[in-house]
Design a protein around this ligand. Structure first.
Ligand code: NAD
Length: 353
């Protein structure tokens, strides 16, 4: 398998460096993997003037999977929109047709105290948010800001086609089959026609998955239920904008942004794997960033793109045992734990592996 590695900006190179060391250790044990680095985001703008340059595009298209750190930072915030690092991110997702975003929110027993919610509400939490990533109001046309009747008006279009709903629905049902066989589809069908269609299509699709239980929830209720009783969920599937908000909310249930991986997949299991956090400019270059979300993203890559459940589980188990041994980076540090930096955390995962 060929992996395109995109360290990106800020803490990206530091945390990706640790994930690459983990993959190299697995390679020494027989994993067939080739890795090649390329530029995405601010570093690409600096080098080429574009956030998603042609050379990166070529490598990303040829590769079987992409491992990304994070992009962006204050240095590039005042550039014109097409040159901003975030455009590189949207560009690669669209280019590789990564329509399915999978975000697990898992609370490790040792870190239950890190959540702002009561430990009994979140301890043992293990949910998966499946967000549609290439459609909806984020991409719908027409869009813009224009002058009407002497004042400015802003407008966007919320739009989903049946085929887009079916393909994200399948990802959710298939994922549920590997978990607890429950899918909750989130919409706003009482107000929005687009999501009435979403609900109708999900109900039709569910007939093909009689072994998976489908339920529905309005997005406002889902936002409440996620903080009230998050363990009621197994897989949650929703559109791009609702998923954007709910997946960030779900990630905060864990209280540790530096722990959460994500996968964005196309329909052939090719994917881009990245931590959910950003480039953390405030701590970049200090060697204190938590590399575990990126290491766990590499584990998701092994599971979803390589189809190598054994190696994925091995990496996840190594992370668990490092947490159990009491090592913590600053973001998840608690009284009584040993505070370590990025490199030391990577060393510990390698040793546990
Ligand atoms: P952020 O996630 O980068 O940081 C939020 C806070 O969490 C900061 O205090 C940071 O120090 C901390 N943090 C994040 N990751 C950490 C880690 N691994 N270990 C320890 N602490 C960690 O979000 P932000 O500050 O809103 O954004 C910073 C930049 O990142 C912006 O330019 C933004 O556009 C970009 N961004 C990129 C992505 C991406 O590449 N996918 C996602 C979100 C934000």
């Amino acid at each position: 398998m060929k992996v395109c590695v995109l360290p990106g900006d800020g803490i990206g190179p530091e945390i990706v460096g640790e994930a690459v060391r983990v993959l190299e250790a697995l390679r020494a044990d027989g994993l067939k993997i080739e890795m090649e680095n390329a530029l995405l985001g601010g570093c690409a703008v600096d080098a080429t003037g574009e956030p998603y340059p042609a050379a990166t595009q070529k490598l990303a298209r040829e590769a079987d999977a992409v491992l990304l750190g994070a992009v962006g930072g204050p240095k590039w915030d005042s550039l014109p929109r097409p040159q901003r690092p975030e455009r590189g991110l949207l560009g690669i997702r669209k280019d590789l047709n990564l329509f399915a975003n999978l975000r697990p929110a898992v609370v490790y027993p040792e870190l239950a105290g890190a959540s702002t919610l009561k430990p009994e509400v979140v301890a043992g939490l293990d949910i998966l948010i499946v967000r549609e990533l290439t459609g909806d109001i984020y991409f719908g046309e027409p869009r813009g800001i224009e002058e009407r009747n002497g004042e400015r008006v802003g407008f966007n279009t919320m739009i989903y086609s049946e085929s887009e709903i079916v393909r994200i629905g399948r990802v959710a049902f298939e994922a549920a089959r590997k978990r607890n066989r429950r899918v909750c589809s989130v919409d706003k069908m009482n107000v929005l026609e687009t999501t009435q269609l979403w609900r109708d299509v999900m109900i039709e699709l569910a007939k093909e998955y009689p072994d998976v239980e489908l339920s529905h929830m309005l997005v406002d209720n889902a936002a409440m239920q996620l903080v009230k009783a998050p363990k009621q969920f197994d897989v949650v599937v929703t559109g791009n904008i609702f998923g954007d908000i709910l997946s960030d909310e779900a990630s905060m249930l864990t209280g540790s942004i530096g722990m959460l991986p994500s996968a964005s997949l196309d329909d052939s299991n090719k994917g881009m794997f990245e931590p959910i956090h950003g480039s953390a400019p405030d701590i970049a270059g200090k060697g204190v960033a938590n590399p575990l979300a990126t290491i766990l993203s590499a584990a998701m890559m092994l599971r979803y793109s390589f189809g190598d459940e054994q190696s994925a589980a091995r990496v996840e188990q190594a992370v668990r045992s490092v947490l159990a041994s009491g090592l913590r980076t600053g973001d998840i540090w608690q009284e009584g734990a040993k505070r370590v930096g990025t490199r030391e955390m990577g060393d510990a995962v390698l040793a546990a592996l």
